[in-house]
Design a protein around this ligand. Structure first.
Ligand SMILES: [Zn+2]
Length: 237
């Protein structure tokens, strides 16, 4: 399947430079990226979508002859405090804001890079399927959760899924399951760090974790004794 060519536009100097470097090395079957840095103009007018706006900034910066899709990233607040917004009728220019999301994810031990990937997959799917699936109000940990309460982003950013309704909508647009399967495979790899997943498991299953801990200690003890006895026999202690 042909990869979608995405131009990532980094608007101004940002706190999260490391994410863009990581994204350059990210391997996907569905998209490839190129990153372009532009300066952030004066923001006396605020970061709206109409007059003298983010739409103009991104439309001017987007090299549309080379790339299929443009996603601008900014770390300040944008109009209506959205975290992601489509800016063009052609469905090929989007803006994503890290504002507040970075603090919400950090306090839940979730890497902000998960959010960056999530928004890219979300924009990419909508670009391919003419703005579908739409966001749904119900929070399910789905790529298309609306997240009216920004805090709800923690569910999709820690282990994103495509809910059954959204899968049906995608297959209505494109009966070939290859895109959906690739999307699900790549979303499956977006997780919290291993340390924090173990920590979450212990916190949510304290008794079960205690039993596992005791079982592991006993097993290690038995194995140590077994090896000790064998070494003793071998060297005639
Ligand atoms: Zn869904």
């Amino acid at each position: 399947m042909k990869k979608v060519k995405i131009q990532i536009i980094k608007i101004g100097i940002q706190h999260h430079n490391v994410l863009f470097k990581k994204l350059e090395n990210y391997n996907s079957k569905l998209f490839q990226v190129s990153i372009k840095q532009i300066s952030r103009p004066n923001c006396d007018f605020g970061w709206g979508f109409n007059f003298n706006s983010l739409t103009d900034i991104l439309q001017n910066a987007f090299d549309k002859d080379v790339y299929d899709l443009c996603i601008g990233f900014i770390d300040t607040e944008i109009e209506n405090n959205y975290f992601s917004k489509r800016l063009s009728e052609k469905n090929n220019i989007y803006v994503v804001s890290f504002f507040e999301i970075d603090k919400i994810l950090s306090s839940n031990n979730i890497n902000l890079f998960n959010f960056m990937l999530l928004t890219i997959y979300r924009c990419l799917t909508r670009f391919k399927f003419n703005r579908k699936p739409s966001s749904h109000h119900e929070t399910k940990g789905c790529l298309f959760d609306m997240c009216g309460m920004k805090e709800d982003i923690i569910y999709s950013a820690s282990a994103p899924i495509i809910c059954q309704n959204c899968q049906t909508i995608i297959l209505e647009q494109h009966s070939n399951k290859q895109f959906l399967n690739d999307l699900k495979d790549e979303l499956y790899k977006i997780k919290k760090g291993t340390y924090y997943r173990i920590k979450d498991f212990i916190e949510t299953n304290p008794w079960f974790s205690l039993i596992i801990g005791i079982f592991i200690s006993i097993t290690i003890n038995i194995l140590s004794n077994y090896f000790y006895e064998n070494i003793k026999k071998l060297y005639n202690f």
